[in-house]
Design a binder for this molecule. Structure first.
Ligand SMILES: C[S@@+](CC[C@H](N)C(=O)[O-])C[C@H]1O[C@@H](n2cnc3c(N)ncnc32)[C@H](O)[C@@H]1O
Length: 261
């Protein structure tokens, strides 16, 4: 599984939303910025700023890859639940597809708040709710159930997205804006389609066959051992036919939230 390609794909879904939220959060004036759970650097490589940029992840191998993609970023290996930074040292602290993997997301957000200066911003740019995944035609609905089950087995919380605003409040961060990335058929597989309340244009784009292949690589990696291989192959064929006939809907509601410290 090529995780950097997957992270770049996910980064593509949230590109417009990120541009909007980073502007609101004052990225232009920021002097120090931190991504918690930066993975291979997919988001950091697209961050346009004069600030000192920091990235933290607990996975050493991902950080080694990030070093190649974002050589000028200060990278650290550490845990989101106990950030190795002094209090109040960042202007903006953010995460992207992190909290679903963290067993204590309120503690992670509290830590993000602690290392952010008063008046600075904490952003969770994208957290999914796989428990509300929509698959059409209906025969493909088991894919969503299986994926949510597999994420649970991996220790993730597949429904974290729909609780994001509450998690912010529990961490003592009053959300300024929160909500789902825009909906619509194929929006999870298509481009980012932010909520109209952000003032951004909605747009729909069907996934390319390369994007569909990547989605299947993730599914196959997630579902190995959980679903028999011939059952998965049958689903994959149905999925391909449905895309070709224009009947496919694949939507995973995905949420963002941000607030001022
Ligand atoms: C889905 S990846 C997202 C990577 C990056 N944010 C992006 O969007 O491209 C989630 C990352 O969070 C990291 N992670 C998970 N739990 C963590 C924790 N408790 N502390 C630090 N990093 C963590 C994983 O190692 C992984 O690299």
């Amino acid at each position: 599984m090529d995780w950097h390609s997957r992270f770049l794909q996910q980064a593509g879904w949230t590109k417009d939303l990120r541009a909007y939220l980073f502007e609101q959060a004052g990225l232009k004036e920021a002097r120090r910025v931190l991504e918690v759970g930066c993975g291979t650097g997919a988001i950091l490589s697209d961050l346009s700023t004069r600030a000192d940029v920091h990235g933290l992840d607990m996975d050493h191998l991902r950080l080694l890859e990030a070093r190649r993609h974002v050589p000028s970023v200060e990278l650290a290996c550490g845990n989101a639940l106990s950030l190795p930074y002094a209090s109040g040292v960042f202007d903006i602290t953010f995460c992207h597809f992190l909290l679903l993997w963290v067993r204590q997301p309120v503690l992670a957000l509290s830590e993000m708040k602690r290392v952010t200066r008063l008046g600075g911003a904490v952003l969770a740019l994208a957290e999914p709710d796989y428990t509300s995944r929509i698959d059409k035609p209906a025969a493909l609905a088991p894919l969503g159930r299986w994926q949510a089950e597999s994420l649970k087995r991996q220790g993730a919380d597949p429904g974290v997205g729909k609780r994001l605003a509450d998690l912010f409040r529990d961490a003592g961060i009053m959300p300024i804006e929160t909500g789902p990335l825009g909906g619509g058929s194929g929006s999870r597989m298509g481009r980012s389609n932010p909520d109209s309340s952000t003032g951004l244009q909605s747009r729909e784009a069907l996934p390319t066959s390369a994007e569909r292949d990547l989605e299947w690589s993730v599914l196959e990696a997630d579902l190995a051992g959980l679903v028999p291989a011939d059952e998965l192959r049958r689903m994959k064929m149905m999925d391909e036919h449905a895309w070709e006939r224009g009947e496919r809907v694949l939507h995973v509601p995905t949420y963002f939230a941000w607030g001022i410290v």
